[in-house]
Write a protein of this length. Structure first.
Length: 356
């Protein structure tokens, strides 16, 4: 927890969460840095996907949210590791479960030209499997998570990126939102926490630290500005219910691992951060992240721990649950900033629709 605490603790303590009256709609997305080739060869990656194909669909079939939608999963696939056979399996899993695929990218000491080319190739590769989404003009759109957390060359040592101004490149190539933050305990962590905001075309960390919160009534201007990029953050908080040595609060950063299981208590803590569009605080967005392509997280994501979590939040009367993909979550953000209200379910395809 200590690493990068200088970046986020004071902004976290200073932030005040507005109170809301009436029922709160909780929009929950699991954004997976899905790397089946991590520390594995192709045969191992295929075996890993076989486990997902066996265990994930029955889990999805067992639960429903307030809209009769099953648990959603968004696979942010590392496009620099593209393999047609792997993507065929992931695409089939998405068709069966209502899950979706977006773009994850690792790069090092890169150039603007190479970064742009990698994004375009990644789009083409995923579209060839019927993945990603389209806007009203038919253009391909995608969500993004930066490899090694180093969005916009934000690592103080310049590691994991190399491109100072990624925001306009991402926008120009069709990125509809970034889902990288929070990155703590990485030193790439933004000083802005627990918010939905627009990143501007600035160099390095300045873009992350100068983000402008999304506000009801200001949607269309920001959405059409090609030098701005929507950023949807996950929760970052002190967890006093889980203490180290029984004294110090642990850090809640939205990471799902075998040692940090999904629980109703963690969901409540995320909800209390009030991540929302200013003026529509009754729609709360909870973005969790994980690394689901590696075996040590399989039991947590596909086994009894996840079943217990879904059982614990089913049919609650203190909030209204909506399972979402990353794309659906971005659509709900845009609906909220355009002043729409009521049931978020009505706006899952508000701006960006699934390709194919």
């Amino acid at each position: 927890m200590i690493r990068a605490i200088d970046k986020w603790l004071i902004p976290y303590l200073r932030r005040r969460v507005p109170r809301t009256d009436g029922p709160v709609h909780v929009c929950l997305a699991v954004c997976d840095h899905f790397e089946p080739l991590h520390a594995s060869d192709r045969a191992g990656a295929l075996r890993r996907l076989g486990v997902w194909r066996e265990k994930f669909p029955p889990l999805v079939d067992s639960f429903r949210d307030a809209d009769s939608v099953g648990p959603r999963h968004t696979f942010f696939f590392p496009v620099e590791q593209y393999d047609p056979a792997l993507l065929d399996l992931v695409a089939g899993l998405c068709r069966e479960t209502g899950s979706e695929v977006e773009i994850h990218l690792h790069h090092e000491n890169d150039s603007t030209e190479n970064f742009r080319a990698a994004l375009e190739k990644g789009k083409d590769d995923l579209v060839s499997h019927g993945l990603l989404s389209r806007d009203a003009d038919g253009a391909i759109r995608y969500g993004f998570i930066h490899g090694n957390w180093a969005l916009n060359n934000s690592h103080p040592d310049g590691a994991g990126c190399g491109v100072d101004r990624e925001i306009p490149i991402l926008r120009d190539s069709g990125c509809y939102a970034d889902f990288t933050m929070p990155s703590a305990p990485s030193p790439t962590q933004s000083r802005r926490v627990n918010e939905i905001a627009y990143l501007s075309d600035l160099s390095g960390r300045a873009a992350l630290d100068s983000a402008e919160p999304v506000v009801v009534g200001e949607g269309s201007a920001n959405r059409d500005d090609l030098e701005k990029l929507l950023m949807i953050q996950g929760p970052l908080a002190l967890d006093w219910e889980r203490r180290k040595w029984g004294i110090l609060p642990r850090m809640e950063n939205g990471d799902l691992t075998g040692a940090n299981l999904p629980t109703a208590a963690r969901l409540r803590l995320a909800m209390r951060q009030g991540i929302s569009v200013a003026g529509r605080e009754d729609w709360v967005f909870v973005k969790w992240h994980t690394h689901g392509g590696i075996e040590r997280n399989f039991d947590m994501l596909l086994g009894e721990s996840m079943r217990k979590f879904h059982e614990s939040i089913a049919g609650r009367d203190d909030f209204v649950l909506h399972y979402t993909t990353a794309r659906e979550m971005a659509n709900l953000v845009h609906a909220a900033e355009d002043g729409l209200d009521g049931n978020p379910h009505d706006y899952r395809d508000y701006v960006f629709k699934k390709n194919g």
